[in-house]
Design a protein around this ligand. Structure first.
Ligand code: CU
Length: 536
């Protein structure tokens, strides 16, 4: 009895102590160039590398009154507590202006806790939004680093430039930050519309994907993240959509040629944990089933230079086709603007059943070195050994090497320029390496965007399903594809944009292929596109 009374008293006094608003002085280390950077320990700025200077600030640590249930910015103590707080605040779109992330431009926002606490305190002192959950002042960091900006998020663990425009919604519960991103096309596509050859086709379809990212800080330096990416591509046909000279994967015992395969219902289900060793260094693990190994640049549909283009690149299986792999484990380390990663993954491409989970094999590996020299650039080189990727050629293993540069620049408040240049090479034993090059860009101003893409790729007789007795076993055919297109925002639907767009493609291939494809076949497509507005 006595004991429990004492416990109650102790609890009550503890509560009282916590309930009063305490002010305390705190020494922080801040960057002369980037005042938002506030660290607890001396060091250098994660943004510019300058030596941090000592500064004393007043931090008010307020605790909510018992009635004032609502969530708040987790303070440092909270973050050490186990996750036992019920999410009183259901997720809702961040529709207040001040909740939207200023991304792209200002990449000087490392997600330091003290800075966050101060933000909350400022709000307290001004008496604003007291009944509103305060956790919306929590800012979202990069998916695999507490000390990198979220603009660097790409696909898998790959990096985009920090200045990349971000299209999506952010929302939150007290402990979790979420971001939702999607791209949905409804289109008419006609490949070889002048009917010069026999390999073209036309179709009405709807390439699409939706991606949900969630993250939660663990303790002071840990970050848990999960990613769900889903696509209903297969609803409009399990054999994919017409795309001249495209190759990769199989359907009903035949290689998919001159079509782009649909993506799986679950293209990514991944979890990761990152630990910040210092503001400049992180280590992380990433596991996906399915997921994306550290091979190639950010997958095509997540590159800002190509979001208006519904077509997969015909270089896809030379560079980034492993973005949907059933079974991936990656470990990585970041130091400053460099990142080194290694993956073990399943070499076999997804099978034609787009709704199931394929067998994980972990028979392949890859390594990637990434470097973002400025906020505008993301560079990488990578190499992978892919065991038996094609169901129909199980004896063939592929060595893939890639290098890429992605560029993003904000030209004005509503204008961006994004570009990608990449090279990939597939090397199969006893065959010459087959190379692929892609250069593409998008320029956007207000509602209007123009995009363009040029590709050159060497395709062999297997990839194009050609008759070996006619062309020879080792024949390789250079193929060129050049696309120009536009996208115009017609309507704002809440936070989303409904756009109309179109594009035209000119192909130029080895003349030995003219009997099949015709000389310089052309394609066009027109579409409606639904996508989230830009976060800024
Ligand atoms: Cu793909």
């Amino acid at each position: 009895m006595k004991r429990s009374l004492r416990t109650v008293l102790l609890m009550a006094s503890l509560f009282l102590v916590l309930a009063v608003t305490a002010q305390e002085k705190k020494v922080v280390y801040t960057c002369p160039m980037h005042p938002a950077v506030q660290m607890e320990k001396p060091g250098s700025c994660p943004k510019c590398g300058m030596t941090l200077v000592k500064k004393t600030i007043t931090v008010k640590q307020s605790k909510p009154q018992p009635q004032k249930q609502p969530s708040r910015q987790p303070s440092q103590q909270d973050k050490k507590e186990p996750m036992n707080m019920p999410p009183t605040d259901t997720a809702k779109p961040m529709n207040h202006d001040h909740m939207q992330m200023d991304t792209g431009r200002d990449t000087t926002k490392p997600k330091m806790q003290i800075a966050d606490t101060m933000k909350m305190d400022n709000m307290d002192m001004q008496g604003m939004n007291m009944n509103e959950p305060m956790s919306h002042h929590m800012s979202m960091s990069h998916a695999y680093s507490l000390n990198l900006p979220m603009g660097r998020n790409g696909s898998g663990t790959a990096w985009l430039p920090d200045a990349s425009p971000m299209y999506g919604y952010m929302f939150h519960t007290p402990k979790w930050m979420y971001m939702l991103h999607y791209n949905l096309f409804l289109r008419y596509n006609n490949q070889d519309f002048t009917a010069k050859g026999s390999r073209g086709d036309s179709k009405v379809d709807a390439p699409n994907f939706i991606m949900l990212m969630a993250q939660h800080q663990v303790g002071r330096n840990g970050l848990f993240h999960y990613n769900i990416m889903s696509s209903l591509d297969a609803l409009t046909g399990s054999n994919g959509y017409p795309l001249l000279f495209q190759s990769g994967e199989a359907y009903k015992g035949k290689s998919i040629v001159d079509r782009q395969h649909p993506h799986d219902l679950f293209s990514e289900l991944s979890v990761s944990y990152s630990q910040a060793l210092s503001p400049k260094a992180d280590v992380f693990v990433y596991v996906g089933y399915p997921g994306e190994p550290a091979l190639g640049p950010v997958a095509f549909m997540h590159r800002p230079s190509a979001m208006d283009n519904p077509d997969a690149p015909i270089t896809h299986h030379w560079v980034d086709a492993t973005h949907v792999t059933f079974g991936v484990a990656t470990i990585g380390v970041r130091y400053g603007q460099f990142k080194l990663e290694g993956s073990s993954f399943t070499g076999r491409e997804p099978d034609e059943n787009r709704y199931n989970f394929d067998k994980p094999r972990f028979d392949s590996w890859s390594g990637r070195l990434s470097y973002n020299p400025t906020e505008n650039w993301a560079l990488q080189v990578s190499h992978g050994f892919i065991r038996s990727p094609e169901l129909l050629h199980p004896e063939e293993d592929v060595n893939r090497t890639t290098a890429s540069a992605i560029y993003s620049k904000s030209l004005s408040a509503n204008s961006t320029f994004n570009a990608t240049a990449l090279w990939g090479m597939n090397k199969v034993k006893e065959h010459d390496g087959e190379n692929a090059v892609l250069v593409g860009g998008e320029w956007r101003k207000n509602k209007l965007a123009f995009h363009s893409r040029y590709e050159w790729v060497q395709k062999g007789i297997e990839e194009l399903s050609l008759d070996e007795s006619v062309y020879g076993h080792d024949a390789v055919f250079p193929v060129n594809a050049f696309t120009v297109g536009f996208n115009y925002d017609l309507l704002k639907l809440g936070g989303s944009r409904l756009a109309g767009g179109g594009q035209w493609t000119l192909y130029h291939a080895d003349e030995r292929l003219n009997t099949l494809y015709g000389k310089n076949p052309m394609a066009y497509e027109v579409y409606l596109r639904l996508y989230p507005g830009r976060m800024k």
